[in-house]
Design a protein around this ligand. Structure first.
Ligand code: GDP
Length: 296
């Protein structure tokens, strides 16, 4: 970051926590993410108008949580490769009728390396073979010690199938977020990350951006990886058009000239010229990297 970007403490405002669900295959990540989205949104708004844009927000007593819902966690992987973080909190899902598995351990290692908070959701507690105590015991070997055993890690028993424990999981997430005091300055030009991107037959290049700081507005000039353009529309996870999107908000953007890559940065700038120049530099950088890779 350049010196001009150093933030004034007074400009930093609380922002919703950004949460990624990780864990071994078949332990229930997808089911959990779907259940959270359905239960929390259907109760408040029209049924079934949720969009799959790679991330969504839920609101619990006026407080928001942003969930990253990207297939295969592409962006998360790309981010890690660059040493940056997409997420604040990892919810580690472990099936109570199974146990700690290779991908569980991998998720713990990634989260620790990235310096993010880990919470544990012991899932599938509705199953007859569920042994939550066993999971708790196994995880102590990886430094995840439940609060009730004198440790610091939040464990919640859930069933992504029946919905049991989900409210508690969300409440605990908000509690942890409150402790961590996640903040960002909403008043600057936006910076964000590409979670997903595609070429839409009717709408042209579309990217889902997670706004990390500042506020992204319709009409803003942006550089997004090697793409550039001017924001024509912002669409949220309910398919609703927004005029602007603040920190921790996931939005689809329209108006860029090509499809960026998951993990690319979005940078809002003051002019079209600046956006194009930045995108060109990024394109050259990407070409260089590609050449280096080909030589190997
Ligand atoms: P992922 O690979 O981690 O995304 O796992 P999925 O969400 O695809 O779940 C794998 C299987 O476990 C599916 O058949 C789900 O229906 C099932 N499943 C997920 N959560 C629960 C749960 O809480 N209880 C029960 N009984 N089954 C579950």
């Amino acid at each position: 970051f350049e010196e001009s970007e150093i933030e004034n403490e007074a400009d930093l405002k609380p922002r919703p926590p950004i949460v990624t669900v990780m864990g071994h295959v078949d332990h229930g990540k997808t089911t959990l993410l779907d259940k959270i989205q359905k239960t929390k949104i259907a109760s408040k708004e029209f049924r079934g108008i949720t969009q799959k844009i790679g991330a969504y927000q839920v609101e619990i007593s006026g407080k928001k949580i942003t969930f990253i819902d990207t297939p295969g966690h592409e962006a998360f992987t790309a981010m890690r490769a660059r040493g940056a973080n997409v997420t604040d909190i990892v919810i580690l899902v472990v099936a109570a009728d199974d146990g700690v598995k290779p991908q569980t351990i991998e998720a713990i290692q990634h989260a620790k390396a990235a310096g993010v908070q880990i919470m544990v959701a012991i899932n599938k507690i509705d199953k007859p073979g569920a042994q939550p105590e066993k999971i708790m015991q196994q995880l102590t070997e990886y430094g995840l010690i439940p609060e009730e055993w004198g440790g610091k890690t939040i464990f919640v028993k859930v069933s992504a199938k029946t919905g049991e424990g989900i409210d508690e999981l969300l409440e605990m997430t908000l509690l942890l977020a409150e402790l961590m005091e996640y903040k960002a300055n909403p008043k600057t030009l936006a910076r964000g990350l590409v979670l997903e991107a595609k070429l839409d037959k009717n709408r042209g290049p579309v990217a889902t951006i997670l706004v990390q700081k500042g506020t992204l507005k319709v009409g803003d000039f942006v550089c997004v990886g090697a793409a550039s353009g001017r924001i024509r529309a912002l669409i949220n996870d309910r398919g609703k058009r927004l005029k602007e999107a603040g920190p921790s908000t996931p939005v689809e953007i329209l108006g860029i000239n090509m499809v960026p890559e998951a993990g690319d940065n979005l940078i809002a700038v003051k002019s079209d010229k600046e956006a194009k120049l930045m995108a060109e530099k990024m394109l050259n950088k990407k070409k260089e990297l590609q050449m280096q890779r080909m030589k190997k």
